[in-house]
Each structure stands twice: as structure tokens, then as C-alpha cells.
Write a protein that binds this ligand. Structure first.
Ligand SMILES: [Zn+2]
Length: 439
């Protein structure tokens, strides 16, 4: 409540144009994932921008990580600024943003990578998810450094790849190299688009597995001579729907997951494929197939990818066991049923306690800047927090940033300029509190 605080907030407000321009420039680098376009260009843009402001900048390509290749290098950037002031502790506050965006898709009235401004909003793919949040964190740190407020702590900003596809070559890779662990880093804010007054404490767990049912190949005109893997899969999916699903829908979490529909356990079949490789054929004017037609065979293999999201009250081993039990039940009761199950990935739920330093500091900053208390939420899906908690072993992590979550991945995605500025103000005040700088 001091005049120094007011001066800092005003200084950030006066960087409104700068915050807007930076968001526009970031949007104009089309970092589409997959396949991972323009990562190098975006990482270099951010790195060079911060280097000019006195940050020590490192580019880290995750060689050997999933997706990395010479045509699509997975280049991450980490920028670090060590305060030289006598005030406060020597802890590090890290802002982590993913630089990748999903494909634009159809239905846009704005140019997806144009960064157009209209009625106080910046439009484009990644505007809210999450180049706007990245811009806010840059403005927050730069304003703090330029304010002349002496601090002894460290500010870090990273731009990382592949969050939209699991983050293994981004935060996952960096966490393995120690970039998200003590003593280097103490507090992490991930500026995902959750809204200026909401603090996201963590996320539900995820278990992805591929189930294969097996059959016996035969001529499609005499299916009785074979055994269809597709029919076996259909029995499995039927059992999931009629037996497991009702149980899951009744398991409610005490965590504040948003939207509330996700406060129960869920299961989705992400994909299914049985029989021959998919062929896309059409018919010409005569009614003849225009491309190769599939040969008539009984499917000897069918594969489905299960996407099971679980709540904090459940254990991963039980999640796995329940699915296995469905398969074993069919093995007992259905003649010829045989299967394989292969885990693709799993992460347990995370939930940073409400009294953790980063939560408390952000909540106080929200109250100071917006004049209202924050709401606390949890995410139905995972994001890069999972790597920081599991691999980096850091607990003081939240997601907080400008933008409306529902607009992420939608056509005409935007971020409000007022929100960019407010978030930057909140991030700056939270950083000062975490570095124990008193104003
Ligand atoms: Zn995101």
C-alpha cells in the first residue's frame, strides 16, 4: 500500500502499448504444434528481447527428446536475471510459458497469425494460450527491473516447446536437467489463460493406455471361419460403458476442478482402429471406387487408446487395475478373447496447498490490484506443472495468467489488453513478495 507499489503499478500500466506489441509479435511467429513449426525463431525472438534487458539467456535444444529433428528442432529458451540489491532473500521466481500453439482450424474472421487489435483485444492463435501470458510475464519482470527497487532474488522467464503434446521435449526435458529444481528455482508461475482473478492449484491425473484385442484373420465373406478383433473390442467398450463408466461418474472430488462437470472421474476412448490400414476411397460417376478398395478380411487386430482422467482421491494403481479387471472379465466369459495392454503415459494429480508461498503471494497481489479475492481452481487436464512437480520435485507451482480458458484452441482466440496489464501488475507484486522485498 505504499507509494512505491503505486509507482510500480503505474509504470506497468504505462507499458500497455508495449504489452500489446509484444503479444502481437509473438502471435506472428506461427509455432504450430504438431509438427513444431518455428520454435527456433520464437525462442530466439524471446531470448534476444530479454538479452537486451540484461537477462542471461540460454537456448536448450532437447536433442533426442520426442519430436526433435533437424527440420523441427525443439529449442527452448531460459532467461535469468539475478538481482544485485541487498533487500530480500535470494530465491528465484520463474515464469514458464509454452511457446507452441495448436493449429488454427477453420471458422476464423481474423487472420490467425496476424495479431490484429480490435476493441481492446489482441486476436490470433495463441493470443490467450499463451503468448499473452508470456508477454505479461516479460512486462512484469522488465518493469520490476527498471523500477530501481533493489532486490536480491532472481527472476527467470522460460519459453518452452510442446506443451500441447505433453511437454516432454520442453519442460519435461528441462526438468530432467535441473532447470526446475532447487537450488536454482523456488517458485513457479505458469501464465496459462485461467483469468486474471483465478489461481489454478493443479490438475487431475491422467492415464493413457493402448488396448489391443486379437482375432483370427479369415475371408470377409466367411467370417465364421475367423474371429473378429473388432467384435472383441466392441465387447470391451460396451463393458467400459455399462460397468466402469457409471462407477466413475459417481466418484466426486473435493478439489475445485473447473468446469464442475470434470469433478468426477472420466474416461474417453481417444481413438480406435481395427482391421486393415485405413483407405480413403470414393465413388466416381459410374459408382466405381476411385482408389484401392479394402480387401475383405476379418480383423485380426484392433487397437484403442483409452484416456482416463482421475481425481485426487484415486490412486493410479487402482485406475490401472480397474481397466485390467474389465479385460480379465472378458477373458473369462467371452470365447476367444485375448488382449494386450500398453501404457502410453501417466501422471498423478497435483495440488499445491492454498497456504503455499506462491499461492499466498499471488492471492495478495490479486486483492491489491483488482480489489477482490481470487478464486481457486483445479484443471481437468494436465499441463506442464506435472513435469515440474514430478521430475523437478518442486511443490510451489501454480498456473496464473490472462485470458479466458474457453477461448483456448477456438477460432477468433483473443486476449484482453486490460487483462494483459493487470496480470503483469499481479505477477510483479507476487514476485516482490516471494523475494521478500518490502516496499
Ligand atoms: Zn496452454
Amino acid at each position: 500500500m505504499t507509494s512505491t507499489t503505486d509507482a510500480l503499478l503505474l509504470a506497468i500500466e504505462s507499458r500497455r502499448e508495449e504489452a500489446t506489441a509484444l503479444t502481437q509479435e509473438l502471435i506472428r511467429i506461427p509455432t504450430i504444434n504438431p509438427p513444431g513449426d518455428a520454435y527456433e525463431a520464437c525462442a530466439r525472438f524471446l531470448g534476444e528481447h530479454l538479452k537486451k534487458r540484461g537477462f542471461a539467456v540460454e537456448y536448450i535444444r532437447s536433442v533426442g527428446a520426442p519430436g526433435d529433428s533437424d527440420s523441427h528442432p525443439r529449442t527452448n529458451v531460459v532467461a535469468r536475471y539475478e538481482g544485485k540489491g541487498a533487500q530480500g532473500n535470494s530465491e528465484c521466481v520463474h515464469f514458464n510459458s509454452h511457446i507452441d500453439v495448436v493449429e488454427p482450424g477453420s471458422g476464423w474472421t481474423f487472420e490467425p497469425f496476424g495479431g490484429q487489435v480490435k476493441d481492446g483485444k489482441v486476436y490470433g492463435r495463441g493470443a490467450c494460450d499463451m503468448k499473452g501470458g508470456l508477454a505479461s510475464s516479460v512486462i512484469a519482470c522488465e518493469a520490476l527491473i527498471d523500477s530501481g527497487i533493489p532486490f536480491n532474488g532472481t527472476l527467470e522467464i522460460s519459453g518452452t516447446v510442446d506443451e500441447e503434446s505433453g511437454g516432454f521435449a520442453g519442460v519435461g526435458y528441462l526438468a530432467e536437467k535441473g532447470y526446475f529444481s532447487k537450488p536454482r528455482v523456488h517458485h513457479v508461475i505458469i501464465p496459462e489463460p485461467l483469468g486474471v482473478d483465478r489461481i489454478c492449484l493443479g490438475h487431475r491425473g491422467v492415464y493413457w493406455a493402448e488396448v489391443e484385442t486379437k482375432g483370427r484373420i479369415a475371408h470377409g465373406s466367411m467370417p465364421f471361419l475367423g474371429d473378429s478383433a473388432i467384435n472383441h473390442m466392441s465387447a470391451f467398450i460396451h463393458l467400459l460403458e455399462t460397468k466402469l463408466q457409471p462407477v466413475l461418474s459417481n466418484r466426486r472430488t473435493a478439489e475445485p476442478v473447473e468446469p464442475p462437470g470434470a469433478r468426477v472421474s472420466t474416461l474417453n476412448v481417444n481413438s480406435i482402429h481395427g482391421g486393415q490400414v485405413e483407405q480413403r476411397y470414393a465413388n466416381d460417376a459410374r459408382g466405381w471406387p476411385t482408389a484401392d478398395t479394402p480387401a475383405p478380411v476379418v480383423a485380426h487386430s484392433c487397437r484403442a487408446v483409452l484416456d482416463r482422467r482421475f481425481i485426487a482421491e484415486e490412486k493410479l494403481e487402482d485406475v490401472k487395475r480397474e481397466i485390467l479387471e474389465m479385460l480379465q472379465e472378458l477373458q473369462r466369459t467371452r470365447p476367444g478373447f485375448d488382449f494386450n495392454i500398453r501404457e502410453i503415459m501417466s501422471f498423478v494429480p497435483t495440488a499445491t496447498p492454498k497456504d503455499a508461498p506462491v499461492v499466498d503471494a499471488t492471492a495478495r497481489a490479486i486483492a491489491r490490484v483488482l480489489g477482490r479475492e481470487p478464486s481457486y481452481i483445479s484443471s481437468p487436464g494436465t499441463y506442464d506443472q506435472k513435469h515440474i512437480v514430478r521430475t523437478g520435485k518442486l511443490q510451489d507451482v501454480i498456473a496464473y495468467g490472462p485470458g479466458i480458458l474457453d477461448l483456448a484452441h477456438q477460432p477468433d482466440e483473443y486476449v484482453g489488453i486490460d487483462e494483459l496489464v493487470q496480470s503483469a501488475q499481479i505477477m510483479a507484486l507476487a514476485s516482490l513478495r516471494l523475494m521478500k522485498v518490502s516496499l
